[in-house]
Design a protein around this ligand. Structure first.
Ligand code: BTN
Length: 313
């Protein structure tokens, strides 16, 4: 967030403050303060003025300035009411040389999922893409997908939702899909240039608006409508913490995932692998005991099988 704007909000959060006091403490003109207050009001912040000065009466439900206000992570937020795909926009920002930026939208008209699938993104969801430039070899990139799944799972578990992860990146509640992650990147073999972690979380949406090909759910149907601003802030703060300590990602993922210990069928680009999921190795490969051999799977669609059966759980 723009520095002066952030400082004005911080001061207002501490109690009423007059325009001249703000101008003096921030070292800007009163006109500049007034302009910022007006722009915050336009962004949906309720800032009445009285004898004691301006005060912060309410913060908007969602939006760029609202998410940045009180965000415990150094990301700048670009918000759109509607956009084709936040991943596409984050990619444009990457080409412009940006980093540590997050694109958030209320609705996507061309949301993309894994394996070139459509990702239905009606108004009310949390559709976001985090742009980073980690200094790691390209093969390590999948660890950030796991970080996205862990951060999302942690944020929604704080709401009392019993979310778990299905390898590699589905966040589920009782086998129903709540969120998915689509990571895209550019770089050479030995180094990533940029990485975009796109997270789609069915927040305040009716599952009836979502595709029926697989069981789906939303936060709204699990707990009732949620405060998307707080959920987004918690998700981003958790993601930032994990990204700063990549060694912590795999243990955190293992703790929250349901896949290890299950019988699985994985559709990989090289064919089907069926067996017992016995572990997950860095940077996120699934280890499957097929009976005859131990196979490591780097990518694919994973199905949890019931013993001796083919049904999904
Ligand atoms: C999946 O197939 O499970 C991954 C879905 C990822 C969807 C998110 S929504 C925000 C970002 N923008 C997109 O177009 N896709 C990702």
């Amino acid at each position: 967030m723009q520095e002066t704007r952030a400082e004005i909000l911080a001061r207002l959060a501490d109690g009423p403050v007059t325009g001249p006091e703000l101008a003096d403490s921030l070292g800007v003109s009163r006109a500049a303060v007034w302009k910022q207050i007006e722009s915050l009001r336009e962004a949906g912040f309720e800032i009445p003025s009285g004898d004691a000065g301006y005060r912060l009466a309410s913060v908007p439900e969602f939006g760029g300035a609202a998410i940045e206000f009180g965000l415990d992570a150094p990301y700048s937020i670009e918000y759109h009411d509607t956009i084709t795909s936040t991943n596409d926009r984050a990619r444009e920002l990457a080409v412009e040389g940006r980093t540590d930026a997050v694109v958030v939208a209320d609705e996507q008209t061309g949301g993309r999922g894994r394996l070139d699938r459509e990702w239905r993104s009606p108004s009310g969801g949390i559709w976001l893409s985090i742009l980073l430039r980690p200094e790691i070899p390209t093969v390590q990139a999948p660890i950030y997908t796991l970080a996205g799944a862990v951060a999302t799972t942690r944020a929604v578990r704080e709401l009392g939702v019993d979310a778990r992860i299905k390898w590699p990146n589905d966040v589920q509640v009782g086998g129903r899909k709540l969120a998915g992650i689509l990571t895209e990147m550019e770089g050479e073999a030995d180094r990533i240039s940029w990485l975009v972690v796109g997270i789609g979380l069915n927040a305040n949406v009716d599952p009836g608006q979502l595709p029926a090909e697989q069981p789906v759910t939303s936060l709204q149907s699990e707990t009732g409508a949620v405060d998307r601003r707080t959920v987004t802030q918690r998700l981003l703060a958790e993601f930032r913490k994990l990204a700063a300590e990549t060694d912590s990602i795999l243990p955190a993922w293992r703790e929250l995932a349901t896949t290890v210990g299950k019988r699985v069928r994985v559709e990989t680009p090289d064919g089907e692998v069926v067996g017992d999921a016995v572990g997950i190795d860095s940077p996120g490969t699934l280890v499957v005991d097929t009976g005859g051999e131990t196979v490591t799977v780097t990518a694919g669609d994973c199905e949890h099988l019931q013993p001796g059966d083919v049904s999904r759980d």
